[in-house]
Design a protein around this ligand. Structure first.
Ligand code: F6R
Length: 357
């Protein structure tokens, strides 16, 4: 496909990306450092005694913070996992022994506000993570612990502000250990990746620009595997949708071997217009490794193109951030290559407006 913009020429980027989404992505390491200091500055944390479960409420770019936390920090002292709720219904087991984080960048997302009300009604221990809006008002009125994060950005470009305070809070309450130290180290790694993946790094040395070029004109299909890589796959899919404005789909090994692997057998034309990206990491489950090899062989005639991206990093925190960062850059370069401004998400805004009317 002929690209609308030359990815080798950063001087042309501002015309397509006037709000500088690429700059926001390039500065992600700084965002993680700032989010750590916001997260560590809040002292009035809820009590940890008798806590049985952690729930994160949030949608889209805010909701993925719950998925990230659930794979990075299953609280050591808790029997229950971190559960992310993306919708209008709070689980009926939420009560005063549940810690509930309401995460909404704008503070005005109706599903999150609805569940926040239900959680307050159920007597849960509440924490808000927001840049303002109704959620900040409600939290202020009821004296709820609030992590106030900077406004004026797109929620999906604020991932660090959204998930880091949750980990700081869990660590401050003594129910998670060591993740914020790992995050401080990961911020340095993100700076290195930013030089490698950033605008001034040409196609030869920049794998994210090369992949974006390859994805242009195709439907990206992103496969992860159970655990952190499935969250990375979800992030890739959402970033490709919202930044590049293309349809994109994700799934995870081993579950996809029990259904989707068969689904590629028909609709050859659709399959040939898809580009599969498999997210990998060293040390993955040996059976998953074998499954990926066999699956790629089985699908070889059914999908247009295939690429693999392997996580780098010293620990699970770094490997997850590394993979998500690769996808963030790729999605913005794909937007630029397609001549799409990566920032506006007009259909989400239109939908919210119509729902409010
Ligand atoms: C926009 C984005 C969306 C929003 C979602 C919820 O950049 O990522 O997915 O995150 O519509 O809105 P907030 O985050 O304001 O609660």
């Amino acid at each position: 496909m002929e690209l609308k913009l030359d990815l080798e020429d950063p001087a042309g980027f501002a015309a397509v990306d006037p709000s500088d989404m690429l700059g926001a992505v390039e500065r992600f390491g700084d965002q993680v450092r700032e989010a750590l200091s916001i997260g560590r500055s809040v002292a009035d944390l809820p009590p940890a005694e008798g806590l049985h479960a952690v729930v994160v409420l949030g949608m889209g770019g805010s909701g993925i913070s719950g998925d990230v936390v659930s794979v990075l920090a299953p609280p050591a002292g808790l029997r229950a996992p971190v559960v992310t709720v993306k919708g209008y219904s709070l689980p009926s087991w939420v009560d005063s022994s549940t810690l509930v984080f309401a995460v909404s960048y704008s503070g005005n997302t109706e599903e999150t506000l609805d569940c926040f009300d239900q959680a307050a009604e159920a007597g849960a221990r509440l924490v808000a993570v927001t840049s303002g809006g109704r959620l900040a008002e409600l939290a202020g009125e009821s004296g709820i612990t609030t992590f106030r994060i900077p406004g004026g950005m797109q929620p999906r470009a604020s991932l660090g502000y959204l998930f880091v305070p949750i980990l700081c809070c869990l660590e401050g309450m003594g129910i998670v250990e060591g993740t914020t130290a790992a995050l401080a180290g990961a911020a340095g790694m993100l700076d290195e990746r930013s030089s490698e993946f950033g605008r001034d790094s040409g196609l030869d040395s920049n794998p994210t620009k090369r992949l974006a070029k390859d994805l242009a004109g195709y439907v990206p299909v992103i496969y992860g595997s159970e655990g952190p890589l499935s969250v990375a796959a979800l992030r890739w899919k959402a970033q490709l949708n919202e930044n590049a404005k293309v349809p994109a789909f994700h799934n995870s090994f081993p579950e996809l071997n029990h259904n989707e692997t068969v689904g590629w057998q028909n609709l050859e034309e659709f399959g040939s217009s898809c580009h599969l990206v498999v997210l990998r990491e060293r040390g993955e489950h040996p059976r998953v490794e074998k499954r990926i090899d066999i699956t790629l062989d089985l699908l070889s005639g059914s999908i247009g193109h295939t690429a693999q991206v392997c996580a780098r990093g010293e620990n699970p925190v770094e490997r997850l951030l590394d993979l998500m960062y690769f996808g963030d850059f790729t999605s913005v370069y794909l937007a630029l290559a397609l001549g799409q401004d990566p920032t506006p998400v007009r259909r989400i805004e239109e939908l919210k407006k119509r729902l409010a009317g």
